[in-house]
Design a protein around this ligand. Structure first.
Ligand SMILES: CC(C)(COP(=O)(O)OP(=O)(O)OC[C@H]1O[C@@H](n2cnc3c(N)ncnc32)[C@H](O)[C@@H]1OP(=O)(O)O)[C@@H](O)C(=O)NCCC(=O)NCCS
Length: 139
């Protein structure tokens, strides 16, 4: 089976969305509509990636930065392809790209109950920011 890693394109949106919908840990909302994802990819060109197996999307990572810090969203690997190092490779690609852009710190938001996700990120060298809490407001 051929595994190909490449830059995320908006043309892949509906296939990516189907993958995200199939994964309970993904917290999808209005910000995941096609137009918003398109805007994100346009603002952060070449920084988000997919993995395809036999031409079908089985892994995604969205990454971008605001000029100071990078943020990762929607790291997802189809259940049947897990534990083969696909997510690790997607993370590597995303972080390498940020390094090229001279961004030296990256954060990821993870739901409190997602224990597996947290363990994965710890394996990737991420650690919890104990001295801070995320606050947000709908505007
Ligand atoms: C988390 C997720 C992306 C991992 O994908 P994956 O391709 O199976 O991960 P990898 O094979 O690259 O794993 C890399 C390392 O993390 C470990 N790991 C992966 N998932 C893990 C889990 N759920 N619990 C503990 N460790 C885990 C692997 O054992 C591996 O460790 P090793 O290098 O010491 O062998 C995948 O399980 C997923 O899509 N989960 C649902 C969505 C999600 O939670 N995303 C993260 C929140 S943003």
């Amino acid at each position: 089976m051929s595994m190909d890693y490449g830059i995320m394109k908006i043309e892949d949106y509906y296939e990516m969305y189907r993958l995200w919908e199939s994964i309970p840990e993904m917290n999808l909302n209005a910000a995941d509509e096609r137009e918003r994802i398109d805007l994100y990819l346009c603002r952060n060109p070449g920084q988000s990636f997919v993995c395809k197996a036999d031409g079908h999307i089985i892994g995604t990572i969205m990454c971008g930065n605001d000029g100071r810090r990078a943020f990762i969203y929607h790291l997802a690997v189809s259940e049947q392809y897990r534990n083969r190092g696909i997510a690790r490779k997607l993370v590597r690609r995303a972080l390498d790209e940020q390094k090229i852009l001279e961004i030296d710190k990256c954060a990821v938001f993870i739901l409190d109950e997602n224990r597996g996700g947290k363990e994965f990120w710890m394996k990737m060298g991420f650690s919890a920011v104990c001295e801070a809490e995320t606050m947000a407001k709908r505007i």
